[in-house]
Design a protein around this ligand. Structure first.
Ligand SMILES: NC(=O)c1ccc[n+]([C@@H]2O[C@H](COP(=O)([O-])OP(=O)(O)OC[C@H]3O[C@@H](n4cnc5c(N)ncnc54)[C@H](OP(=O)(O)O)[C@@H]3O)[C@@H](O)[C@H]2O)c1
Length: 121
């Protein structure tokens, strides 16, 4: 099997594993989160960050999708909201900009009282 086929095969196997994990239900006592649980995701407007937002929202967590470009973030959040994930909010955040971080922290504290989950990479 060539390199391309091998990596295609590996990707297919990973997708199957992930699909299997998604079918395993959580019982109530395992479910420590609720819609009161607030998750903040940086770079949530695209790529892995966006998919993490979708997955967290799908699990019933309140998601704050953050994006360097506010208008792009609003559009990304809209995709999730229109997909039925109404507990998705959006705010500007550039993790390299202290003033953006401070403004976001203030907003988060005022509107949600803080956060429970931070996804930042
Ligand atoms: N180790 C691995 O195997 C592996 C595999 C895949 C990905 N990764 C890493 O995982 C990360 C995400 O991957 P991806 O494929 O989702 O990348 P991506 O599609 O390029 O998305 C990166 C996201 O990060 C945001 N971002 C960049 N700088 C930022 C900053 N200063 N403040 C806030 N947000 C910022 C981008 O915002 P803009 O839209 O404004 O640019 C974008 O939303 C990357 O760091 C990548 O290198 C690692």
């Amino acid at each position: 099997m060539g390199h391309k086929e091998k990596s295609k095969d590996l990707k297919e196997k990973r997708l199957q594993q992930i699909s299997l994990l998604r079918t395993i239900p959580y019982s109530d006592h395992q479910r420590w989160w609720s819609k009161e649980t607030v998750a903040v995701v940086t770079g949530g407007n695209r790529g892995i960050g966006f998919e993490i937002c979708r997955q967290l929202a799908g699990h019933g967590v309140t998601v704050v999708l953050t994006s360097r470009d506010e208008s792009v973030g609003v559009e990304s959040a809209k995709v999730l909201q229109e997909g039925g994930f109404t507990e998705v909010a959006c705010h500007q955040l550039d993790i390299l900009d202290p003033s953006s971080i401070n403004q976001f922290a203030e907003w988060l504290k005022e509107n949600y009282g803080g956060l429970d989950i931070l996804v930042s990479f």
